[in-house]
Design a protein around this ligand. Sequence first.
Ligand SMILES: [Zn+2]
Length: 466
Amino acid sequence: MATTGLTAKESSFLQIQGWGLGPAATNYALRLKVDNNHLKLAKYSIGIGDRFAHQAKAQLQACVQALQNGVQVIPVWNKSNREHTIIGSEPLSVRRAADAAVRALHWEEPYFCDADHITLQTVDRFLESCDFYTIDVADSIGKPATAADMESFVRRHPELLGRVQLEGVDEHFEVTREDLTRTAEKFLVAVKKAGEVYRRIEKAKGAGNFIPEISMDETDRAQSTMELLIILAAIADEGIPVQTIAPKFSGRFNKGVDYVGDVAQFESELALDVAAITYAVRQYGLPENLKLSVHSGSDKFSIYPAIHATIRRFNAGVHLKTAGTTWLEELIGLAEAGGEGLARAKEIYSEAFARRDEVCQPYAAVIDVDPARLPPPDEVRGWSSEQYTSALRHVSGTAAYNSSFRQLLHVGFKIAARMGRRYLDLLELNEAVIANNVTENLYDRHIGPVFLGRAGTVRNSTGRNA
Ligand SMILES: [Zn+2]
């Protein structure tokens, strides 16, 4: 009993619930610890990326609009170590921009800064300025666990053997001892790694003073619902009060463009994953607000209705992580402004085109740029504002929209970063037109369809609102 830290009343509660005093008991204590704390991610939240730390206000304005329409969507500014390294920025700049935006717009709801995709090697520089940590353990998936660890996991989880029925879905799972052992072998090392990173952050910031997310999306194979369930059991064993989890879903989640895959299949997987989370929260005492984090890579418009339908169906929450979509709106705004803005947008394209191998390389696994579809820079140099924006703006189904052009620019932010003040000055000069594009994109095309269940505003062929 002493090890669980529970009062007699709590223990009897567990007995009544039939949870016994196994892992659930320890983790019930874990949940109490979390519930008594302030830092708790709300049901709906959106991860927003702001590569050059100039659009936080325009991004937050989209959350203000959601709130005005009766839906609280909490903003989480995310920036990965990879982005900081490419741009040459520090995590503190994200915090400062977020704080300033919150003050300027009098935002009184919570907001967070996410150290996106960090590992034990990269977490330290984020310890001061972040209060949300996406612990990335994808690299450890598949590293074989020891026989002793696998055995003790299987012994600890008899509930995962045989028929497992999740609430709210018709499907059930039949899990053999071999399935359980094999899955444990594949994921236990990764979960233990997450535990190490979690404890490093906990030591620096104190338990409950940050939101932990665990991500497994940047890997080559999607995780099944059964795998997710086993991963969640292991996470609870490891004592991580995880609030969001990002599995890899089936289908392609390329950067800045739409989903490629079977939408109906995605929707049924999503429903099963949500049901698995409900099960894990009850069974293992994980935080009650635990929810899926969809690392969308931005602009997965065709699955947004499925996400909305699923969160409605299960009364579940979701964290929708986007990133580079805002940087592309900066380019669209500059191009729309014409003059020097348009000239700079063209220059960025032509540089990105010339150095396409270099800018694509870090993102090779998550982009599909078709070189044959990239317009020659000479041709782009002759484009009007309208030609540039309609090729770049993500309105699928329009003849001018060019997903290869868009993806190359999506990963081409390094070029703008190298321009330094030459780029930033133009952002400041054209703040109004850019801000409109940033807010409208986030609100109409992301927040609306996912959280409000409302299709975005339809644009006509000129790209302006119809
Ligand atoms: Zn991710």
